[in-house]
Write a protein that binds this ligand. Sequence first.
Ligand code: DGY
Length: 328
Amino acid sequence: MKKHLVLYKKLSPTLMARLQEQAQVTLIETLDAAGLNALRQALPSADGLLGASLRLDAELLDLAPRLRAVASVSVGVDNYDIDYLTQRRILLSNTPDVLTETTADTGFALILATARRVVELANLVRAGQWQRNIGPAHFGTDVHGKTLGIIGMGRIGEALAQRGHFGFGMPLIYHSTRPKPAVEQRFNAQYRSLEQLLEEADFICLTLPLTERTQGLIGAREFALMRPESIFINISRGKVVDEAALIEALQQRRIRGAGLDVFEREPLDHDSPLLQLPNVVATPHIGSATHETREAMARCAVDNLLAALAGQRPPNLVNPAAWTGPRP
Ligand code: DGY
């Protein structure tokens, strides 16, 4: 009998056809109330799931007794109850690598947009307020040659470091769970404690995953350590930051600005004080959102799912403890 796959993310026709060759596929197009209801109906017969941006907790997983594999179309896996998945021997996979460069591009777009006030000044032109040559009140701050501080030196951190070091001649400091000599050599980077980095960097960029250890890592104490010229960039997860403390730091001009692609709650509330601040550039979680990269991520997720359903180890297995060996 064909396996039953439930998708809660639309795929390109090519990828959809690949899945349909192997399995019966149910597609939930949107995760609104009706979509969630349809998902609940489909879960009891699901062998595999593929999607993103849905909190998959024990309550939902309990509706899926046959479930063998979950393929997330994301690198971040903070939406999943990994312990519970592992306990149930359900293989969770993600899509690393293919989104690294694009996400680092987003980080750099935010660095440039925030430092050079691109959005604020482009809006001024659009509003017909460009009536004479602009003066110091509208000047930005240089990016090249400034100190880039990266918190979380994983793949995306390294790709950001590459852009800063080779493209913009930026001295590089970083903080991560442990020093990385290869990174230090390649980018002439120096390891710092979190506190030292916050005190020294001109651009403070978060590129680390959301875990129990990183949740709320940057709060009032950390913003107080930053310099008034510093710019804060977050392309990781909103919950790594205490957003109320960030808002206060921005309102009180304790930091120069912030470039934010992620928020404590997404979509960001239109009433958020962040949107009242001209020195904030806010984007709607677009880290990996290009046509090419999203297709590559979806392809990677399909590869992971098909491998798992064929009884093989998915190439990007997140919870190896759930792997009990090949199955016929
Ligand atoms: C990821 O892949 O984790 C991106 O942030 C999209 O959620």
